[in-house]
Write a protein that binds this ligand. Structure first.
Ligand code: PLP
Length: 444
């Protein structure tokens, strides 16, 4: 069919979306889909919530846009105050942008600017990890350890991941999780000694690996040791909580699971919860104070940063989450979801591991369960499961290509935080049938 819209896969026919309600989406033919991945792990409070829509209309009737270099606004101030209430200690400041990529790239720039203001102009390198995704813009992709997404653009990327991320499922045989946590974290120290901490501004990591791994949870002790190393060598710690932040993992911020305080946090996705594009960098008093005492201007920001319409919407989302206690619900329902996924793993040899934290869960597919040998990526096993689920009216999210065939053919299951146990059962029923279909193909 002739079309003018460039779609993700050129030439593929996509169903036409009609409307959404709660955890369900409906296409124009009336087919219903369980949104088992909150779109792109973003529609965190579900679709079509009247209270949010009313607040959006209220703000639109007042003023949608006022440029942040000319005005501040009540919703932008209130959203920053609300985020300061939610955030770990010291992260009292918010800088608003429009996407997760902008958030991680702004955090990168803020880290570099911080050291410049302190007189350390050579501290410009950001250390990141393989098996990570921090976004698609040039600075964000430079930091990303997602092989499939990077490989065409390597010549124009100005940075590269220098350490591996913990991947407990594939840790060296015989190594305890405790030893593994420390050994992975110590890779950061080795990289710092190789590159020279005088050249390094920050270390960035996703608390739970999303699109590049499929809900890979680090072992306890890893982030505590990372924090120690960052302090010892005077580099900032940036937590990329674009996917994990604001309740997704059963805590307001995923870093709370390990009791650590980053210097900067990148947020996106669930912040606007699909109702508006908005993202943020949360920064500590120290960072903002240093820049305020120096040049006084953060070298970042976009036309739509902190606009009244998007900030009012994100504020309504956070208030809705508080009123409905969605963070604790994500913790409780996440435990149930993982249990149900583990039952599927016990049933299908195709599943190497079911894992996750809160309502950010994943399934990794393997050719041989005892040896954990992965499928060739060209077989597209994760993609087949995704398509089989889609046909049955279940949406799940791809997490393949992070290591490009070496490992990690996985999918993410991350429904809206409003999901009930009964709806989890419904979702698992559809997923079970989809996996059965692919298991049969593999057995044939
Ligand atoms: N960081 C993480 C952890 C992500 O998962 C993503 C998107 O998947 C991004 C950054 C980039 O966000 P966006 O697609 O909104 O630019």
């Amino acid at each position: 069919m002739r079309s003018h819209l460039i779609k993700p896969e050129l030439g593929k026919a996509y169903p036409l979306i009609d409307y959404g309600k709660g955890i369900y989406l409906y296409d124009a033919t009336g087919k219903r889909y369980v949104d088992g991945c909150s779109g792109a792990v973003s529609a965190n409070i579900g679709h079509g919530i009247t209270e949010i829509i009313e607040k959006m209309a209220e703000q639109a009737n007042r003023v949608s846009f006022a440029y942040r270099a000319q005005f501040t606004s009540e919703p932008a101030e209130a959203l920053a105050a609300k985020l300061a209430e939610w955030a770990p200690d010291r992260l009292n400041w918010s800088f608003f942008v429009n996407s997760g990529s902008e958030a991680t790239e702004t955090a990168q720039k803020m880290a570099i600017q911080y050291w410049q203001e302190k007189g350390f102009a050579r501290k410009t390198r950001i250390i990141s990890r393989w098996m990570s995704y921090h976004g698609i813009t040039q600075g964000a992709l430079s930091m990303s350890g997602h092989v499939l997404r990077r490989k065409r653009f390597v010549p124009i990327l100005n940075d590269y991941p220098a350490v591996s991320a913990p991947y407990p499922y594939r840790r060296p045989a015989g190594m305890s999780l405790e030893e593994y946590a420390v050994s992975c974290a110590n890779e950061l120290e080795q990289a710092l000694l190789r590159i020279g901490p005088e050249h390094v501004a920050a270390f960035i990591a996703e608390p739970v690996i999303g699109a590049a791994g499929g809900a890979v949870v680090p072992p306890d002790g890893y982030f505590q040791r990372i924090r120690e190393i960052c302090d010892q060598y005077d580099i900032l710690l940036i937590a990329d909580e674009v996917m994990t932040g604001l309740g997704r993992t059963g805590k307001k911020f995923a870093v709370e699971h390990w009791g650590i305080h980053p210097d900067l946090i990148a947020l996106g996705k669930g912040m606007g919860a699909g109702y508006t594009p908005i993202a943020a960098v949360l920064a500590s008093d120290d960072i903002v104070g240093t820049i305020a005492a120096g040049s006084g201007v953060i070298m970042g920001g976009h036309t739509y940063s902190a606009n009244p319409q998007s900030t009012a919407t994100a504020l309504a989302v956070l208030q809705y989450m508080e009123q409905h206690d969605l963070v604790s619900q994500a913790a409780a329902n996440g435990r149930y979801l993982l249990e149900r996924l583990q039952q599927l793993a016990a049933k299908y040899p195709l599943i190497g591991e079911a894992r996750g934290l809160g309502l950010l869960t994943g399934l990794e597919f393997v050719k041989n369960r005892p040896t954990k040998e992965p499928f060739a990526l060209s077989l597209g096993i994760g993609q087949r499961v995704l398509e089989a689920a889609f046909r049955r009216g279940l949406l799940i999210y791809p997490a393949f290509g992070g290591l490009d065939g070496m490992a990690g053919d996985a999918v993410i299951v991350a429904p809206p935080l409003i999901i009930t146990p009964e709806q989890i059962d419904e979702m698992i029923g559809l997923l079970d049938a989809a996996i059965a279909e692919v298991q049969e193909q593999v057995n044939a």
